[in-house]
Design a protein around this ligand. Structure first.
Ligand code: FMN
Length: 210
């Protein structure tokens, strides 16, 4: 058995042309190569892969302590995966100033698998996705009882042009499912340090009892 802390990096978007997997891969690569974070293993968890329907469990997840009591196989598979981890990095884009509906739905499906564990929120968007981040923090912390790291990195698409409704080439590329090296380099320079600091805090919390 490995003594490494097990941390899930959740991909919060599910549309076919999403950049979520690219951002998650970049984020995870940065975390894995940082010598301050060698006591953890970071695993990407694609929420979309679990194919969860709109919430359809008859009993509120807070009342389900034993995963065998979930009615549906999809919920049991989702619970089994999430319960494996000591902590989470929830990576979310901003959709209409909030989090994607599919991510909120996936969070609602479970309670005990998350509750009391730590999470860091990382968002991306035209202005860094701060409103999605705020919403996500509230759902995780106040709704589910997750211990949320204060540091909340916001990855902003570079080159925003106010005269063009804050559009940017990076945003157009993102809408089409692409992230360029320039954008990743910009995020590394702007947010690299806080991502590592946030992850260190996440690991510190993960070592404390639930
Ligand atoms: C339905 C929809 C709504 C969006 N709303 C916002 C928004 O409110 N704020 C923002 O910064 N970006 C917004 N965007 C742009 C996203 O930040 C950008 O498309 C990003 O690539 C979405 O993440 P994804 O590719 O992983 O789905 C929106 C995109 C979509 C598809």
């Amino acid at each position: 058995m490995s003594n490494l802390l097990q941390i899930a990096v959740l991909i919060g978007s599910s549309r076919p042309t999403r950049i979520g997997p690219l951002v998650a891969g970049w984020l995870t690569g940065n975390l894995e190569s940082d010598e301050e974070l060698l006591d953890a293993r970071f695993s990407i968890v694609d929420v979309a892969r679990f194919d969860l329907p709109s919430f359809n469990e008859p009993v509120a997840p807070r009342a389900v302590e034993n995963l065998d009591r979930f009615t549906h196989a999809a919920t049991r598979a989702w619970n089994k995966e999430i319960a494996r981890y000591d902590g989470y990095i929830v990576l979310s884009p901003e959709y209409n100033q909030g989090i994607p509906g599919a991510l909120k739905n996936a969070l609602d499906f479970l309670h005990h698998a998350w509750a009391g564990k730590p999470a860091m929120v990382v968002t991306y968007g035209t202005f860094g996705g701060g409103q999605a981040g705020q919403q996500l923090r509230q759902v995780l912390k106040d709704g589910i009882g997750v211990r949320v790291v204060d540091i909340t990195p916001q990855l902003e698409f570079p080159g925003r042009d106010e005269r063009k409704h804050n559009s940017s080439p990076a945003l157009s590329q993102a809408l089409a499912g692409t992230v360029t090296k320039d954008t990743l380099d910009y995020w590394k320079e702007t947010n690299g340090r806080e991502i590592v600091d946030g992850a260190r805090e996440l690991l510190r919390l993960a070592k404390q009892p639930r």
